[in-house]
Ligand binder design. Sequence first.
Ligand code: SAM
Length: 290
Amino acid sequence: MKQSPIVARTRQLLADHNLSLKKSLGQHFLVDQRVLERIIEAAELDSSTGVLEIGPGMGALTERLADRAGAVLAVEIDDRLIPILRELFSDRPHVTVVHGDALKVDLRELIKRHLGSARRFSVVANLPYYVTSPILMRLLEERLPLDRIVVMIQKEVAERILAGPGTKEYGSLSVAVRYFAEVSWICGVPRNCFVPRPQVDSAVIRLRLRREPAVSVRNEALFFRAVRAAFAQRRKTLANALSAAFFGGKRKEELGNLLTDIGIDPGRRGETLTLEEFGRLADALDRMIE
Ligand code: SAM
């Protein structure tokens, strides 16, 4: 396998610092140069782009981001890696390494402080598996000023995000991500592209964030509640699942009529609804609850 100089260098650094990798932090480092290039290509970077990288690890991706982007902000949770990363990028003043948990740090403030001069912002990351969905949802729900998100994630999660109605992979994550973004599959990445090798394969996906959500709803929180309710009990009909989630098992008939009124068969299962149908449903529920 072809290795970039930084991979060889960081491997050496790992040995020099006698660091053992923490699987609990999802520390599987990418060592395939072609995959690194695909990620960079998919990110469509230029010197006016500021990039937030979550989990730089040993800096293999960070280095390529630094070559293309106007500024790079890398947030890493493992304090042992911070001095190594700072040393690696000591001669690249447009790279900032911040120690912190990407789920907790104030990302808006960090982006403003360290990437403020950029014209547009992207997230590019090889995400740790154990927090993929919470990190993605945080990036989307906080409405950070992002243009693109290019992430490597577990292949099954990528398939779930891209799945359509009526398939077994389709779920609340598919609906939530597509509410905020247009998603595309970039490439599959076999497990042997990482050190240490994980138990699962990965994939790279790209999210182009929409200026406005894919459907316009009266009450966004209720929209997400309805989506979660519809998928929580996949075997139940929609009317039953909504009645259980919203009315303690009551008002089924009323819900049935409401669904019929908006052109959705109450006997359907939630997992067959399109994004647009979920939007219609959320607005009708909002009127019913008012
Ligand atoms: N970017 C590197 C690469 O591509 O080789 C490393 C990717 S590795 C899959 C995930 C990295 O995220 C690790 O360095 C890990 O320490 C870091 N990490 C795990 N949880 C994190 C969190 N909550 N916030 C920030 N970084 C995290």
